[in-house]
Design a protein around this ligand. Structure first.
Ligand code: PEP
Ligand code: MN
Length: 270
């Protein structure tokens, strides 16, 4: 069986209890969990605005040393608190075996793999091995930093081969040298090709990391939805200007609500 057929077989649309399957999926929350109050304030405001899935990075892969590298394992307790207080599902980034085990043990619902990790087959295999036996978890795989569709598919195949069937891709754009409008170039033909090759694979767009600035979140999101993307993952922080990572691209929960309310949604079900 070819790689393509394997992935084609039984990847299903992403569905979650309490989340409308006929609307694009929206995952929102801060780039990084910074403190218990920042996490809970942000989550409560997002929940009030109807967001059902909360994201927050607790292990932050930084390009250079010296940046905020995340609060680590104690952030998992804050995510448990979010679940308890708001009923939202939770999502966090994992980059190695230990992260996967700790996140699953603490009850995180959705794991995502970052762009620096999906570019690394050894890290992907380590993560896949840690996922064996946890077939019900949802795993979202961001595109690798470089525009390599085979590496992206290969990363997802490793997760698939570990037995996970709740898999989705996240398109967050690709690194380029120099300053451009986008922080990471969309290169839309790549997710289009991914969809052509694996039509039933859910694909979300991450307009926050793609655009790198607040004002691009709305237009990129609309473009992704117009192209038939299945959902969005957007960074939102209760006090974006003071964020410890990715401050320029984060929006308050209320700004996010405005953005979402102006998007023209299409039915994702055909
Ligand atoms: C993130 O989602 O916070 C993140 C680090 O994104 P990426 O891996 O796309 O750079
Ligand atoms: Mn970020």
């Amino acid at each position: 069986m070819t790689d393509r057929q394997q992935l084609l077989q039984d990847i299903k649309p992403l569905s979650f209890d309490g989340v409308n399957p006929d609307k694009p999926l929206v995952i929102a929350g801060p780039c990084s969990a910074e403190s218990e109050s920042q996490v809970l304030d942000t989550a409560k405001s997002l929940a009030k605005n109807g967001i059902k899935i909360f994201r927050a990075g607790i292990w932050k892969p930084r390009t250079k040393p010296g940046g905020f590298e995340g609060v680590g394992i104690k952030g998992l307790l804050w995510l448990q608190e979010v679940k308890k207080e708001t009923g939202m599902l939770t999502a966090t980034e994992v980059a190695n075996h230990e992260h996967v085990i700790a996140a699953l043990d603490s009850g995180v619902d959705i794991l995502w793999i970052g762009a620096r990790t999906s570019a690394n087959p050894f890290a992907m295999q380590e993560i896949a091995d840690a996922l064996k036996g946890h077939n019900d978890v949802t795993v979202l795989v961001k595109n690798p930093v470089n525009p390599d569709i085979e590496l992206w598919i290969g990363a997802m195949l490793r997760i698939y081969n570990a037995g996970v069937r709740r898999i989705g891709a996240i398109h967050r754009g690709f690194s380029t040298y120099g300053k451009h409008l986008f922080r990471n170039e969309p290169q839309w033909h790549i997710p289009i090709e991914l969809h052509r090759r694996i039509p039933n694979l859910p694909i979300l767009c991450d307009p926050s990391h793609m655009g790198g600035k607040r004002e691009l979140i709305g237009p990129i999101s609309q473009q992704a939805l117009d192209m038939g993307f299945n959902g969005l993952i957007i960074e939102s922080h209760c006090n974006p200007d003071c964020a410890l990572s990715d401050a320029k691209q984060q929006v308050t929960p209320d700004s996010l609500n405005l953005i979402i309310n102006t998007l023209v949604l299409r039915q994702t079900k055909q």
